[in-house]
Design a binder for this molecule. Sequence first.
Ligand SMILES: Nc1ncnc2c1ncn2[C@@H]1O[C@H](COP(=O)(O)OP(=O)(O)OP(=O)(O)O)[C@@H](O)[C@H]1O
Length: 684
Amino acid sequence: MTTDGEAPLGRSDAWLADGRSRLARAELAPEAEAIGRVEQVSDGIARVSGLPQVRLNELLRFEGNRLGFALSLDADTIGAVLLDGEEGIHAGAPVRGTGEVVRVPVGPGLLGRVVDPLGRPIDGKGPVEAASHEPVERPAPAIIERDLVAEPMETGILVVDALFALGRGQRELIVGDRATGKTSVAVDAIVNQKRSEVICVYVAVGQRATAVARVVEAVRAHGAPERCIFVVAPAATAPGLQWIAPFAGMTMAEHFRDAGQDALIVIDDLTKHAATHRELALLTREPPGREAYPGDVFYVHARLLERAAKLSAARGGGSLTALPVAETDAGNLSAYIPTNLISITDGQIVLGARLFAANQRPAVDVGLSVSRVGGKAQRKALRAVSGRVRLDYAQFLELEMFTRFGGMSDTRVKAQIARGERIRALLTQPRFAGLRMADQVALLAALADGALDSLPPARFSELRARLPGHLDTTAAAALTALGDGSGLDDGLRAALVAAVAALAADLAASPGPGDGTEGGAPGPGSGAPPSTTPPAGSAPDGGASDGSASGGSASGGSASGGSAPGGGAPGGGAPGGDEPGGSAPGGRASGGSAPGGVASGGGALGGRAPDGSTALLGTDAPHGGSAAPGTGAPPIPGEAAATGSVPVPNPARPAGADVSASPGPADAAGTSSGRVSDLPGSAR
Ligand SMILES: Nc1ncnc2c1ncn2[C@@H]1O[C@H](COP(=O)(O)OP(=O)(O)OP(=O)(O)O)[C@@H](O)[C@H]1O
């Protein structure tokens, strides 16, 4: 051996000696690792045996590093919800407990990102930088850690900010039938936060991927996406992921709340979350209760929404406002999940399908909506001018119904109706056209002082669009004074009203666009062609839908051609008469533009007549039902009515069935007050 040859031998000897000494120092002891076994996999659930020490909600690791969590613990097996799908997981595969619960990344690194409920990016913008990882299930702040809701959360939507003001830290349910604008109200609230410092989290549970993409796009186009997080679990994702999505979103929002910031979370929607919870519960063989939901569905949503709170100064003074969304079926607010959520939250914004079809958008039903804590948080100036609006509007809705039956020529009543029509036109607001608080104050003060009386309601949309710029130039001092949060003194009010009056006079003097866009339309025969009028609940975005009903208020005409979707029985449809119980010409309901005056019978989609009366809405037309002739128009929810047969949707009734011949239970329900009891199905 050469010297060269000995050197490597010496190094390996040293390595061997070092290894031996370390081995001698090592304390060898047996270590137990519990490895369970998958017994069965189906429908996103794995039944696992052999892991007796696993705790509820513990994270489990399956083969291929796939994750799941323990949802139910039985004597011998665990019902585990799979978070990454079932691929590669088969009976007999090993499972390990982790001793951990499900955690998600939190922190500013998530802002502007679209992530799945585990915080994994799905927007192709690279990995998320997390400040830390927090459990998805966390306890709600204790009472002592909370403060009163005292600051407004402005949505920019006049009807909400003026009549159902929200406060930071409040939980307000947005509830309504399918396609009544629930998401739009929530997204408008998010978009409006571009004027504030509020962090927004939008959680999509069980939505169509295209609908989610539209929301993300809308916020990117109109809002402040750099302060938004999108947590997305579309309908096609594993039920386990959909289940944790609201909890994950809440944890991400809580991070900002706990850092003393203000956050807003929209959960769209909890009805689908409840359905996922029911699905998982049934698959893990939990005993079903009412409507087959497991008994803990109330607890699941209560513990989720209790995490929204306004924190005390000692805890940093941050707030988390929650806007959960719930879907009703045929306006039935008394179904299990909507009633649960109504009782958990601090109020609800109810969206009505008939109002929506009548082009009253946002279709907020002022009779059924309420905000239980936000009123105290409303800005003083806005409170000063919005006080009478709700009362005036509610009175108008009742009066309007009575005027449908003719008579009521009293000048005082006429004035009230005219005022109500103006309120209605003012409360109609397109999407992404949020108003500043000062704009809202100016509009409502001008309305109350009669400064808008010379402007036809059809021109209000122009007024609203031009108002912010006009106030900026003509009433800058008043805007500054209002921005200070002070109340509305007489001088300030006069300045704002004068500015709005000047703009209204300017508009009144200039020629209008010809066809109204809301709140009644100008001339007879200006109804939208039936072929372009969407059926109730399927109106497309913006202008097209705006034009359909309100623009479609041809007065005194007869029902225009086309048949209502789903057809209508002879005698139903939209009669052209403007008398109550007017003679139905026996035609089919036309799409859109029910003629002016009082539409009678069922099945017409329509708008508002220039005289302010509400044409019959086609809520039952798509179902094919039709009302008997001469039954009178059904009330818009919130209005009183004493009609006989009410053309309400009745899922139990087969398509094409004649309402008058076989009145369904919903028809028998009283229609006297527009309250919950009047809603279809609620009397049952
Ligand atoms: N203020 C508004 N002005 C004009 N169009 C509106 C307004 N609000 C909503 N819409 C339109 O109504 C349609 C339904 O709205 P949206 O999707 O928000 O309803 P939804 O109740 O959330 O529906 P889904 O039940 O499918 O979730 C959309 O096409 C939307 O653009």
